[in-house]
Design a protein around this ligand. Structure first.
Ligand SMILES: Nc1ncnc2c1ncn2[C@@H]1O[C@H](COP(=O)(O)OP(=O)(O)OP(=O)(O)O)[C@@H](O)[C@H]1O
Ligand SMILES: [Mg+2]
Length: 246
C-alpha cells in the first residue's frame, strides 16, 4: 500500500476549484470532502450540478485549478497527466457514466484492460490464466456469461451489458478506491442488487472505499453515508450533511 501506516483516510479533497475549459458558466468549488477505507459514500444531486465533474477530478482525469486531492496520501492534483493515468490504473476502479469501453474489444478484453497499465494490480490477480478466470468470475457475478457473449465486441452488447462490463473492469484487481458514476442506471432491479452486493463483497475483502453517484434514492440504505453535492459546495451548506439512513 502507498498509504501511511495506520491511516484510514482514503480520499481527501481540500479547497478544490475547477472550471471546464471554455465553460464560462460553470465552476465547481469543493472546500472539503473525504472518504475512509471501507466506507461507501453515495453522492446525489441534480443533473448538471457537477457530480461527474467532481468524480473526474477525484479520478485524476482532469486536474483542479487549485486545491488538493489526496488519494492514499498522494496529492494527485500535483501529478502530471500521465502520472495521474498510472496512479488511477493502479489504485482506482472507475465506472464512467458513458462506460468508455473499447468498442472493438470483447467483454473479457475490456475487463482486463486496466491491468495492462497497472503492474501491482496485475500482480494481485496473478498469471494470465488467473486474470482471465477473474474477469469471467466478475462478469458471471454480474449475470454475464463470458462464454455466451463470447468474442462479441463491446459495441454490440446491450447498454445494460456494457454497464456490467464496465463495473467488472473497475473491480478487477481490487483497487483501493472505486469511483462509479451512475453505474446502475441501465440495470433492472435484480441486476442492480447483484452489482451492489458484488461491490460490497469486494470492498469488504480489500477494505477499499466507494464513491458513487446515483439518482436512485432507493440505494441510500446500502451506503454508509449519503451526501448532497449542494451541501459540499462552497455557497452550499458548508459541511456534508449525512442523510438519515434507516
Ligand atoms: N467534458 C466536459 N467539457 C466541458 N464541459 C463539461 C464537461 N463535462 C461536464 N461539463 C459541464 O460541467 C457542468 C456540470 O456537468 P456534470 O457532467 O459534472 O454534471 P452532473 O451532475 O454529472 O450531471 P448528470 O446528473 O446529468 O450526469 C455542466 O455545465 C456541463 O456542461
Ligand atoms: Mg453526470
Amino acid at each position: 500500500m502507498a498509504d501511511r501506516p495506520g491511516t484510514t483516510r482514503l480520499l481527501e479533497v481540500e479547497a478544490v476549484r475547477y472550471r471546464w475549459p471554455g465553460e464560462a458558466g460553470f465552476a465547481l468549488e469543493v472546500p472539503r470532502l473525504s472518504l475512509d477505507r471501507g466506507e461507501r459514500l453515495l453522492l446525489i444531486g441534480p443533473s448538471g450540478s457537477g457530480k461527474s465533474t467532481l468524480l473526474a477530478l477525484v479520478a485524476g482525469i482532469v486536474a483542479p485549478l487549485e486545491g488538493q486531492i489526496r488519494v492514499l496520501g498522494e496529492d494527485i492534483a500535483r501529478l502530471g497527466a500521465s502520472a495521474r493515468d498510472r496512479f488511477r490504473a493502479e489504485h482506482m476502479g472507475v465506472v464512467f457514466q458513458m462506460f468508455n469501453l473499447l468498442p472493438y474489444g470483447s467483454a473479457v478484453d475490456n475487463v482486463l484492460l486496466p491491468l495492462s497499465f497497472a503492474p501491482k494490480r496485475r500482480a494481485r490477480v496473478g498469471s494470465h490464466l488467473a486474470q482471465e478466470t477473474e474477469a469471467r468470475r466478475l462478469l458471471a457475478r454480474l449475470g454475464l456469461d463470458a462464454s455466451a457473449i463470447g468474442r462479441r465486441r463491446a459495441a454490440d452488447l446491450s447498454v445494460g451489458q456494457q454497464q456490467r462490463v464496465a463495473a467488472a473492469r473497475a473491480m478487477i484487481g481490487r483497487p483501493e478506491l472505486m469511483i462509479a458514476d451512475e453505474p446502475t442506471s441501465a440495470l433492472d432491479t435484480e441486476t442492480r442488487d447483484q452489482f451492489l452486493d458484488l461491490v460490497s463483497g469486494e470492498l469488504a475483502e480489500s477494505d477499499a472505499g466507494l464513491l458513487m453517484v446515483s439518482h436512485d434514492a432507493a440505494l441510500a440504505p446500502r451506503f454508509d453515508r449519503v451526501v448532497r453535492l449542494a451541501d459540499i459546495l462552497r455557497d452550499g451548506r458548508s459541511v456534508p450533511v449525512p442523510v438519515a439512513v434507516p
